[in-house]
Design a binder for this molecule. Structure first.
Ligand SMILES: [Zn+2]
Ligand SMILES: [Zn+2]
Length: 320
């Protein structure tokens, strides 16, 4: 666990009312636009967390005793201390719904940065486990459970509904990226994002930022040449599964292609599986594929979890 404490943040002890036990933990998101700059700048995560506390303390109507959440989780996998262990959540924790659960906020929002990274999900999981050792029961809920709100947003809520599993499990090798050897370049085209380029070339945004010494991951210009890391390139010899057509994907379908697709979705950090992936087309396949589509920048009905030709070719499913 990578914990950033209140004293690391320069904050005094929390003035929030004490609460020794709850039924469990509720997951939140920011509910406002969050800059994708957070993906490449951890200082921006710390600044974001400090700004959240500041805005809560400035809210005189609700008279917050401290930042509303026990912890926050950033895209780099840091658990940022808020009220910490043994404190009620919300403004002052005098609402029954706030008293039922401790609270962890993922630093994702309603636009911009909307998809939690696997590192963020791991950090939320760290927070859940830490709170469970300190009085939290086993429930894991989203804010929208029991209250009319969009919080914690679609991607986090999907994950909560799966029981908030630690991404990848223990057998997944770490995806650290950051290969320094360069193998070839890529010329930026209209509509590209660093994330879509990283996905298409089997690397990470962080690796591309590092290799190309990019100052601002959000600012790419058309025609700009990017170095690509060598190490992470897929083996050229592996033949790929051609797109089987959207109608191939429906309930009841059983095929090794679906298992191979699922393994690639897991490798892309888009796993929404609690079991599998396996050869049967399930809702977990669809939710995982939808996460991959969102990762590529699709939204709405273009990210409905039914594979299309363009996203399929970017997924690079090996022939089974
Ligand atoms: Zn919330
Ligand atoms: Zn961070």
């Amino acid at each position: 666990m990578k914990l950033v404490t209140r004293s690391d943040l320069g904050w005094p002890a929390s003035a929030a009312p004490a609460q020794a036990t709850t039924k469990g933990v509720k997951v939140h998101y920011e509910g406002s636009p969050v800059s994708t700059k957070l993906l490449t700048d951890h200082d921006a995560c710390i600044a974001e967390w400090k700004a959240i506390r500041k805005s809560h303390l400035a809210n005189k109507a609700e008279n917050y005793s401290d930042v509303a959440y026990n912890y926050a989780a950033c895209p780099h996998g840091y658990l940022l201390e808020g009220r910490g262990i043994g404190h009620r959540t919300g403004a002052n924790g005098n609402q029954a719904l706030n008293q039922a659960h401790y609270a962890i906020v993922g630093l994702v929002g309603s636009s911009g940065l909307t998809e939690p990274t696997d590192a963020m999900l791991s950090a939320i999981r760290d927070g859940i486990e830490l709170l469970r050792k300190n009085g939290a029961g086993t429930e894991i809920k989203g804010h929208r459970d029991g209250y009319a709100t969009a919080c914690p947003g679609g991607p986090l809520y999907d994950w909560v509904q799966k029981g908030a599993p630690r991404p990848g499990g223990e057998s997944t090798p770490p995806t650290t990226g950051g290969g320094t050897s360069s193998s070839g370049t890529y010329t930026v085209k209209k509509g590209d994002t660093l994330s879509s380029i990283a996905t298409a070339h089997k690397t990470t945004v962080a690796a591309l930022v590092k290799l190309n010494s990019l100052k601002d991951a959000d600012k790419l210009s058309i025609g700009q040449k990017l170095k690509l890391p060598g190490k992470a390139t897929a083996p050229a010899a592996q033949p790929l599964e051609p797109f089987p057509g959207a109608s191939f994907f429906h309930g009841g379908r059983h095929s090794p292609i679906i298992a191979a697709m699922g393994r690639r979705l897991v490798a892309e950090g888009c796993s929404r599986y609690s079991n599998g992936p396996g050869p049967n087309w399930t809702n977990a396949d669809r939710n995982s594929y939808a996460a991959f589509q969102r990762k590529l920048g699709y939204s709405g009905s273009s990210a409905d979890g039914i594979p299309g030709k363009a996203s399929w070719e970017k997924l690079r499913v090996p022939k089974s």
